[in-house]
Design a protein around this ligand. Structure first.
Ligand code: NMX
Ligand code: MLT
Length: 437
């Protein structure tokens, strides 16, 4: 059976040819217009990036190489003994546009397990950080430090041809994906369980199986399955989201994949983006302590209004592109519905009922263009129920997942020879002048 690298290698020439032809024959085709509002408004809606692995439709949500979430859940092979799609399956799909066989995903699991160990100095670096430093800050530092051994960086220094860039970027991206959970687990144990030792990597396990084991939750198969789903679902959300876009921008300078993705992680660490999953739990915990376990929809409604009246955003609601409930939210809620223990959890129940009440409240409030839940509204409550209650850690899990999409783009951007990103900016005066003419 073909390996992941061999599979990509086979596709690269045809994709390069397709892009060359597109540029030569249709380079001057107009794709859209840019208004003053687009420029002031965070570039929302501007069609400006090349991103092959996924597309986000405002109504339907994400498709990975044309595959919807339910389709991917059906097609991608589960881990041995499991039901959910895996990180490996999603990574293969994103990188190649193809569905791997069970054998290919297991081969990939083994390859990642063999790359999972950290250089000693990275372990020491993480261990030296104060346990009061936010887990996302620690994660970015650990990932950036991996660039000490970057194959891309040392090959570039040696002087390689542009056509060879992608193979070195691929090597680094595989190490990035393999080592991220090891760094993340070390951070968790250091901060929250400092006296316990971390399990060794087990080469018979998949990426998430090993991660859960190192976190200390290896005994809980439901938790492992939930994290497999979680990590596959968060992997890619087309190109314009802040973390993927940041990693792509930094990578376009030919910075190696480790520092490119470290930058992406810091973008994910903002409360309007990935950190929203932390904020959701903080907010729902405080709501639960106010309304008690026997809450009514009316209690939730009052709490929502109190949040909005304080001028705060409701975390987990709204989106830059989506105009319907996020299908990732729907998939995570469906997981809950399939597990009786979760359905009995007050936190899971509160999250589900908040999602029934919040859209009408947000519509009445009248500001957000999308009153529906995004993925962050749902992702934390299951972790909380299973005992991973330290919500400041939640964005780290998102960060492990988003590497799959960012790494895919880093490999393909180098394979396609994409240039350094450099959009044009305007001053207010210049825009005013342009508008008046
Ligand atoms: N609660 C209250 N107000 C909101 C919300 C919300 N959940 N969402 C948007 N608004 C406000 C927004 O602050 C803005 O107000 P103003 O005019 O005073 O600046 C107005 O509605 C218009 O914003 P939109 O155009 O609807 O949203 P935008 O595209 O600018 O931002 C988000 C998108 C996702 C940043 C925004 O909806 C938000 O802040 N949501 C809460 C945080 C969150 O859940 N982020 C996670 C996104 C998903 N992810 O994983 O990254
Ligand atoms: C994401 O997954 O990146 C978020 O939903 C934010 C986005 O798409 O802009």
């Amino acid at each position: 059976t073909k390996s992941l690298k061999e599979t990509i290698q086979e596709i690269v020439p045809a994709k390069q040819e397709q892009l060359k032809k597109l540029k030569a024959e249709h380079g001057q085709t107009v794709v859209g217009q840019v208004t003053v509002e687009n420029i002031i408004g965070g570039m929302r809606g501007i069609k400006a990036m090349l991103w092959d692995s996924s597309v986000l439709d405002p109504m339907e949500g994400i498709r990975f190489h044309g595959m919807s979430i339910p389709e991917a859940q059906k097609a991608l092979p589960p881990a041995p003994g499991g039901k959910e799609m895996t990180a490996e399956g999603m990574f293969w799909l994103l990188l190649t546009g193809q569905v791997p066989t069970a054998e290919q995903t297991q081969q990939l699991s083994l390859e990642l397990a063999e790359r999972a160990e950290l250089p000693k100095f990275v372990e020491e670096l993480i261990d030296s950080l104060p346990n009061t430093l936010h887990p996302m800050t620690q994660l970015g530092m650990g990932v950036a430090a991996l660039n000490h051994d970057s194959a891309f960086q040392s090959a570039y220094e040696r002087g390689i041809k542009k056509t060879e860039y992608w193979t070195y970027a691929y090597e680094d991206c595989m190490n990035l994906v393999a080592k991220l959970p090891t760094i993340a687990a070390r951070i968790y144990r250091n901060i929250y369980q400092p006296k316990k030792s971390i399990a060794a990597i087990d080469k018979s396990k998949d990426l998430v199986g090993n991660y859960v084991n190192q976190l200390g939750f290896g005994h809980n198969e439901n938790f492992t399955e939930y994290l497999r789903l979680y990590i596959a679902l968060h992997a890619d959300h087309e190109g314009g989201n802040a973390s993927a876009h940041t990693a792509h921008l930094v990578g376009s300078t030919l910075a190696d994949p480790f520092i490119s993705y470290a930058a992406g992680l810091y973008s994910l660490a903002g409360p309007l983006h990935g950190l929203a999953n932390q904020e959701v739990l903080r907010w729902q915990i405080s709501m639960l302590s106010e309304v008690g376990n026997n809450f009514s929809k009316d209690d939730i409604k009052k709490y929502l209004w109190a949040t909005l009246n304080k001028g705060q955003v409701v975390p987990g609601y709204g989106h830059g592109v989506l105009r319907n409930p996020d299908p990732r939210f729907v998939a995570l809620q469906a997981f809950c519905k399939g597990h009786e223990d979760l359905m009995a959890s007050p936190m899971v129940k509160l999250v589900a009922e908040t999602a029934e009440v919040a859209p009408d409240v947000l519509k009445e409030h009248g500001k957000t263009k999308n009153p529906f839940p995004n993925v962050d509204a749902a992702s934390g409550c299951v972790l909380y129920h299973y005992g991973l209650t330290q919500f400041k850690y939640y964005t780290v899990i998102f960060g492990i997942s988003r590497a799959l999409g960012a790494a895919t783009q880093l490999v393909w951007a180098r394979a396609l020879g994409l240039p350094i990103e450099r959009p044009k900016s305007f001053s207010i005066d210049a825009l005013e002048k342009l508008a008046k003419n």
